[in-house]
Ligand binder design. Structure first.
Ligand SMILES: *Cc1c(COP(=O)(O)O)cnc(C)c1O
Length: 539
């Protein structure tokens, strides 16, 4: 199996090259040359499989055995999911009460209590595997290949990257966060990891400053070449692939509990930011898993919801604002990606201006329209160029029609999210984090709405599986805001996991730096690869 870029299909890469490269040099994202189909006996053969066995079965369809042998892949998968606390890895639970054809797929039983662990635990092991194999073939005296992973976080996702790469041979990780602007529990999750190859950098500035520094360092050729900078962002193909597995597991677990009566109406509802999670489901469906539709749930950063309503992919809505809604004041937004833009919401891991992985779906939509690989790349290239230079791209009606065959999309506000946390607790006695709740509320909206323009049926019989992307204790502020007043709710007892209780008092390691790229460069230059740094701040 080979991979090519969504913006030009001339060069084909191996799986290893794809994973180590991340973003294609022409700005595109790598996709497989074909979507493999499920083996004829998958329904029977795979039904009793564990998460790990399913993972090997699915991944091996996308990775040639000459690149990673089945035994090696099995070992990598086993190692990656040993860190999960639940035997099912991603358990499926029925949401009792209310509309009882709803299920929750809990994706947060990994080390940092968020769904990104599912992909990053595997990605870290893949990096290590590839580097070690390359280094094993080196002659004496040749320098070892190393990777320095660099990233910025506002708090939600940095810890998943750190836990994915901690203690990996030939890999160092530097995660920048804005000093004092990360929630205490998230800061503790990151800075209490004391492995020698993990470096937390607290920048005296904002999250935007951190992102700007990272961008500057990546575009610094000399520095990049010296340290072999790498990223683990959500466009990495291995992350998408790792996430396809739980769609299969959920399908088999549902079938085991209620038989096949839910078919053909099975809908996955996915709280969405960068479109990685839901895209993984799309691949599962294209492989042959009988999923009837996906509901994309966004917060007020609703570029995807607007796309499914209008066919316009645009950073800022060009629709006139409804009467009574004020236009945002100039400069009022925090402008993550320049200009007006990202709104801060109660579900911060979904606060995005554009959805980086959406380009992959756009490629499949364009391909369906033309049936020609190179033409699809050119079309996508055109759309992405328009998005970059004009802030928007418009797809033809036929393309929007194709998109509506598999997906609906809904925007959920912060007010709806808070109400949703309360409703879910009182109706189902389930405490959901704000991201998951965006999904739960969207599931209700989709079930009660007609989508005449869409080809999707969400009938009274449809079973909805809502992907739960974070443990509620990770976003305690929103949960406490919603439930704090209820006498029947006790945060310590109902939500707080044992693992979080001692976290705030544990030893930490973090390097404080001034808000400048040079200050961060100096730190990285000075730290010998793989050696722990000495500077310690705080508890
Ligand atoms: C990253 C993240 C999401 C969004 O997932 P995408 O793959 O970016 O769509 C949702 N919820 C949580 C908690 C996350 O960390």
């Amino acid at each position: 199996m080979k991979y090519f870029s969504t913006r030009g299909a001339d060069t084909e890469l191996s799986f290893e090259e794809t994973v180590l490269t991340g973003l294609a040099p022409n700005g595109g994202l790598y996709i497989p040359t074909e979507i493999p189909q499920l083996p004829a006996d998958w329904q029977e053969k795979w039904a009793p499989y564990s998460f790990q066995q399913l993972s090997v079965a699915v991944l091996s369809l996308f990775i040639s055995p000459s690149e990673i042998a089945i035994e090696e892949l099995t070992a990598l998968v086993e190692k990656s999911y040993k860190t999960f606390r639940h035997p099912d890895v991603t358990p499926l639970k029925k949401l009792e009460g209310g509309d009882n054809r709803r299920y929750i797929l809990e994706l947060w039983h990994g080390p940092t209590f968020a769904f990104k662990d599912v992909a990053l635990q595997l990605l870290g092991n893949l990096f290590e595997f590839f580097l070690q194999r390359r280094n094993a073939n080196k002659k004496e005296g040749e320098t070892r290949e190393r990777l320095t992973v660099l990233g910025a976080t506002s708090g939600d996702t940095g810890s998943a990257a750190i836990y994915g790469l901690r203690n990996k041979a030939d890999v160092s990780i530097y995660i920048l966060h804005p000093k004092g602007r990360v929630s205490p529990i998230q800061e503790a999750q990151m800075t209490t990891v004391t492995d020698a190859n993990v470096h937390n950098i607290a920048v005296k500035g904002t999250f935007d400053d951190c992102q700007d520094i990272v961008k500057t360092l990546f575009s610094d050729r000399e520095f990049n070449a010296k340290h072999h900078l790498g990223a683990v962002n959500s466009i990495n193909w291995a992350r998408i692939l790792a996430q396809t597995v739980y769609y299969f597991l959920a399908y088999f677990h549902l079938k085991k509990s209620i038989g096949t009566e839910f078919l053909p109406f099975l809908q996955f509802v996915v709280p969405t930011g960068n479109f990685g999670d839901v895209l993984a489901g799309y691949y599962a469906k294209r492989m042959g898993l009988p999923i009837s539709s996906f509901a994309i749930a966004t917060n007020e950063n609703d570029i995807l919801t607007r796309f499914w309503k209008s066919g316009r992919y645009e950073k800022v809505s060009s629709e006139p604002l409804p009467v009574g809604e004020a236009a945002p004041a100039n400069g009022a937004s925090d402008g993550h990606q320049g200009g007006a833009g990202v709104k801060e919401t109660l579900s911060p891991a979904m606060d995005i201006l554009v959805s980086s992985n959406f380009e992959r779906l756009l490629w499949y939509l364009a391909y369906e329209d033309s049936g020609d690989r190179q033409k699809a790349c050119e079309t996508v290239n055109g759309w992405m160029t328009n998005l970059k230079s004009n802030g928007k791209a418009q797809v033809p009606v036929s393309v929007l029609g194709t998109a509506r065959r598999d997906f609906v999309a809904e925007k959920i506000t912060d007010a709806q999210t808070l109400q949703g946390i309360r409703d879910t607790f009182t109706e189902s006695n389930y405490v959901a984090d704000p991201h998951t709740t965006v999904g739960i509320v969207a599931a209700k909206v989709v079930r009660n709405n007609r989508y005449d323009e869409a080809l999707i049926e969400c009938t009274p019989d449809t079973v909805q599986i809502i992907l739960s992307t974070a443990h509620p204790a990770k976003f305690s502020e929103a949960v406490t805001k919603a439930l704090g007043g209820l006498a029947s709710f006790d945060f310590e007892k109902d939500v707080q996991p044992e693992e979080f209780k001692g976290l705030l008092a544990k030893e930490r390691r973090v390097i404080e730096v001034e808000n400048s790229p040079d200050a961060v460069k100096k730190v990285i230059d000075e730290i010998e690869p793989g050696k722990a740094h000495e500077i310690e701040v705080g508890v």
